[in-house]
Ligand binder design. Structure first.
Ligand SMILES: Nc1ncnc2c1ncn2[C@@H]1O[C@H](COP(=O)(O)OP(=O)(O)OP(=O)(O)O)[C@@H](O)[C@H]1O
Ligand SMILES: [Mg+2]
Length: 236
């Protein structure tokens, strides 16, 4: 049984339906990518999982339907969402942002150890531990958002366009840290990314969305071998 299963999921903003029966799976310990152009419905798919937009169809996490749950209920099941635009708190320090990720936890020793792990994963954050969120670069904010999600010790990470607006070398750093997180903590993930080449450094399989529908799905190797994917998403 997969950790997360979306089957035939539709979602709308007011009268406008933007997801028309999307299906995607994340295996336990696996990483799945959602690729696609602007407006394809990638963010909305993550929002449907998190309960941030009303959806229909089947959304099952660890064998139980999570359709219709509130965002706080979804989060408390162990699904951490790193949204597009990062969502870190600009007035709080890096340390407080990270600790905020752990606010539902009571295992204080493990929290301290996880904080240390996070700062090893993202050494740039260690040097800025007392800076406020507002004082960070875009890349550092992205690292902080991922670190904060990790601090909740989730079972599934939803990551939305972590590379957006970052220099290529910074995106590569962020993705390699997330890859390390995956290997070292066995964290399962669903990764939305327009930069397919970057996504393929992390995910095992992916689906491509176009105007709210799956148009292609497969393993990384299958997708990378397809001419249409190479032309549209991998620069030839
Ligand atoms: N809050 C909203 N209200 C109304 N329509 C929205 C809203 N958010 C997104 N949409 C529309 O829903 C569709 C899917 O948007 P979505 O944000 O899911 O796409 P995306 O694949 O994440 O795109 P991008 O790569 O630009 O982030 C688009 O047509 C978009 O205009
Ligand atoms: Mg988006």
């Amino acid at each position: 049984m997969s950790l997360l299963e979306l089957e035939n999921v539709s979602a709308a903003y007011g009268p406008v339906t933007v997801l028309h029966g999307v299906s995607v799976n994340v295996e336990r310990g696996g990483a799945t990518g959602i690729l696609g152009a602007n407006g394809a419905g990638k963010t909305t798919t993550l929002r449907a999982i998190s309960g941030l937009v009303k959806a229909s169809g089947r959304i099952v996490f660890d064998g139980k339907s999570i359709l219709g749950l509130r965002p706080d209920q979804v989060a408390s099941l162990g699904i951490a969402h790193v949204p597009e635009g990062r969502g870190t708190l600009s007035r709080l320090t890096v340390r407080d942002n990270l600790l905020l990720g752990a606010y539902l936890r009571r295992d204080r020793r493990a929290i301290t150890a996880d904080l240390d792990y996070c700062l090893d994963l993202f050494p740039q954050l260690r040097t800025r531990i007392r800076s406020t969120g507002a004082a960070l670069s875009g890349g550092e904010q992205q690292m902080l958002a991922i670190g904060r999600a990790f601090m909740s010790r989730p079972r599934l990470l939803l990551l939305d366009e972590a590379s957006l607006g970052l220099a290529p070398s910074t995106s590569a750093n962020v993705y390699s840290a997330v890859g390390r997180l995956r290997v070292e903590s066995g964290l399962s993930m669903l990764v939305v990314e327009q930069n397919a080449a970057l996504a393929f450094t992390l995910v095992d399989n992916a689906t491509v969305l176009e105007t709210g529908r799956n148009v292609l799905s497969g393993t990384r190797t299958e997708l990378m071998g397809m001419d249409s994917i190479r032309k549209a998403y991998l620069g030839g």
